[in-house]
Write a protein that binds this ligand. Structure first.
Ligand code: ATP
Ligand code: MG
Length: 561
């Protein structure tokens, strides 16, 4: 079945995924045998932050295409920039890609592994007269010499330096004989090109900095534009998929590949629109800012759009993969709706999350006919999955119900509990409120067989058995859809749009069976939403995150929740 387009997986709904333009390109290449029938992609993060949901789109695309077409996907740390990378990030990236469900096999690489070969490539270009060592400062270069289209730029005074002289200087640069910024290697392309990236771009610069991988072995480092096509070529990448901002760099990418002899392969770059999500910010720089300023509790704060944040929040990898597929792959920028991500998550959790009872805002109920009560009732674990079975839930003469499931002076059509009124207790018969006391209400209990005519059903826990839990309720991190754009348009600081209520913590109770819950276990708390146990949980103190609210017909009938 290898390389057979008809073997593409089908999603849970049974429909084959849309044939977006990258699929079309790959299938055409396979038909034409462009790369000898191979599909090799790569995900090349710069290890300077944690991955976010935008990266998930690139991860799912690169690993997904390789999987679909019987190819391979490399995980490559793009560590050409020595000053920024941190080892902590590398581990997190590996963990996140694995959690998303992908495997790079033996293809884990560092761009810095290729520094020797890259140096050789630059030397080859110099020898061929296609690159030179330039003595202009970055300031001089980017302001006066490069120019602004349509006007052409001016040639560097070093542009016609003889290759032998440039080579000797390049050697000296490598040997550490020159200070940062004093010299650089430039490609000799076209100072009149309408594309600024072709106006003799920098290929190598001097940076006396210790690199996490290569230590002090190098004091010159390749630029991204030079390094990236080479990394792809060395690894035999066939389809180099990247986001649209690299489209204008593609002519340089191709120039590097075409002007070097002896490269093992001829990769091609294709661009797609990045994923943007509303009510959040997505660049690593901004996310780092939020962490460093203490606006959130860390990279894995459940309000963050990072993969580790979504994981802690209770997202499933399946729902993230499905989301990156349904939003499609295009060539134009857009803002995706986080509600769509949540919609898919609910679908997924509805199928797999065990149902449990919990009360977030407790009101004590005292049952006056205590003698009539069963010690426990039987509750269904998952109505969507019969094999999940049932469980006993302890019952007693003291319950907690939600404070807003009772009203002393109810408006018309209030179907929950009120003085003299009755309501169904989920799995446990009926309650009729007989009296209101200062800190509790007193009720009479009736068994299910009593068949009282009621319109509402409420959830509960036994106050004598329930376990206290800290429950963290999350909302959007920002109050507006596109905080950075809106801040720019209104001349404001984007921090002004941080949602002060993005985290509300309540002291609730969960049913006794949850006492020994394991972190990351997911549940539906009936009528309340989907929740997962947080790693902050200890046997003495349970902590749950609300993953997503529930769109629930009962709750709708019963009012806002
Ligand atoms: P950021 O802009 O958030 O700092 P980045 O682009 O600098 O991210 P890299 O580590 O360079 O992050 O990205 C690795 C890969 O992920 C690149 O191929 C990049 O194109 C892709 N990528 C980054 N952000 C997005 C996004 N929002 N949507 C889709 N792909 C993305
Ligand atoms: Mg980047």
């Amino acid at each position: 079945m290898k390389n057979d387009p008809t073997s593409r997986p089908v999603d849970a709904g049974g429909a084959a995924p849309a044939k977006h333009f990258i699929r079309q390109i790959i299938e055409e290449d396979l038909r034409a045998n462009t790369h000898g029938g191979r599909v090799v992609t790569r995900f090349p993060p710069e290890p300077n932050g944690y991955l976010h949901i935008g990266h998930a789109k690139a991860v799912c695309l690169n690993f997904g295409m390789a999987r679909e077409y019987g190819g391979e996907c490399h995980l490559r740390m793009d560590d050409t920039n020595p000053t920024k990378e941190e080892v902590e990030y590398i581990e997190s990236i590996r963990e996140d890609v694995r959690w998303l469900g992908f495997d790079w096999g033996k293809h884990f690489y560092y761009a810095s592994d290729y520094f020797d070969k890259m140096y050789e490539c630059a030397a080859q270009l110099i020898r061929k007269g296609k690159a030179y060592v330039c003595g202009l400062t970055a300031e001089e270069w980017s302001k006066d010499y490069r120019g602004a289209p349509p006007a052409p730029g001016r040639a560097s005074p070093s542009r016609n330096r003889p290759p032998e002289e440039s080579l000797a200087l390049f050697e000296e640069m490598r040997a550490g004989k020159h200070p940062d910024g004093s010299l650089c290697v430039r490609a000799k392309i076209d100072m009149a090109s309408p594309n600024l990236h072709l106006r003799d771009p920098v290929l190598y610069r001097i940076l006396h900095a210790t690199h996490p991988n290569t230590g002090d072995r190098w004091c010159i480092y390749p630029t991204y534009d030079f390094a990236h096509p080479l990394e792809d070529a060395f690894e035999g990448i066939t389809h180099s998929l990247c986001t649209l901002e690299f489209e204008v760099h593609r002519p340089l990418y191709d120039w590097v590949i075409e002007n070097l002899d002896g490269l093992p392969s001829r990769p091609r770059q294709y661009e797609f629109a990045r994923l943007n999500l509303n009510y959040t910010v997505m660049s690593k720089r901004r996310l780092l800012e939020l962490v460093q300023e203490g606006r959130v509790r860390g990279w894995d704060d459940p309000r963050m759009p990072t993969i580790c944040g979504l994981r802690r929040r209770g997202y499933t990898p399946e729902s993230i993969r499905a989301f990156t597929e349904v939003i499609g792959l295009t060539k134009y920028e857009s803002l995706s709706d986080v509600a769509r991500l949540e919609h898919g998550l609910r679908d997924d959790l509805n199928k797999r999350a065990a149902r449990r009872l919990a009360v977030l805002n407790p009101l004590r109920v005292i049952i006056e006919n205590a003698d009539a009560l069963p010690a426990s009732v039987n509750a269904v674990n998952n109505p969507e999955d019969e094999s999940a079975g049932t469980r006993p839930v302890p019952f007693s003469s003291e319950l907690f119900i939600e404070r807003d499931d009772f009203m002393e002076n109810p408006p018309p059509k209030y179907f929950r509990l009120s003085p003299g009124g009755s309501v169904r207790l989920r799995y446990a018969g009926f309650l009729t409120c007989t009296r209101v006391e200062k800190d509790a209400i007193v009720c009479k209990w009736s068994p299910p067989e009593a068949g009282l005519k009621v319109k509402g059903t409420i959830h509960w826990v036994s106050a004598k058995h329930a376990v206290p839990a800290e429950i963290r309720l999350y909302d959007r991190l920002f109050t507006v859809e596109d905080p950075l754009a809106q801040a720019a348009a209104e001349g404001k600081d984007y921090h002004e749009f941080l949602n002060p209520d993005s985290l509300v913590t309540v002291a609730g109770f969960v049913e006794a069976g949850l006492a020994d819950v394991r972190p990351a276990e997911r549940f539906q708390f009936e009528r309340l939403g989907y929740f997962c146990a947080d790693p902050d949980s200890t046997p003495g103190k349970l902590v749950f995150n609300r993953t997503v609210t529930l769109k629930d017909p009962w709750a709708k009938a019963a009012g806002k929740r």
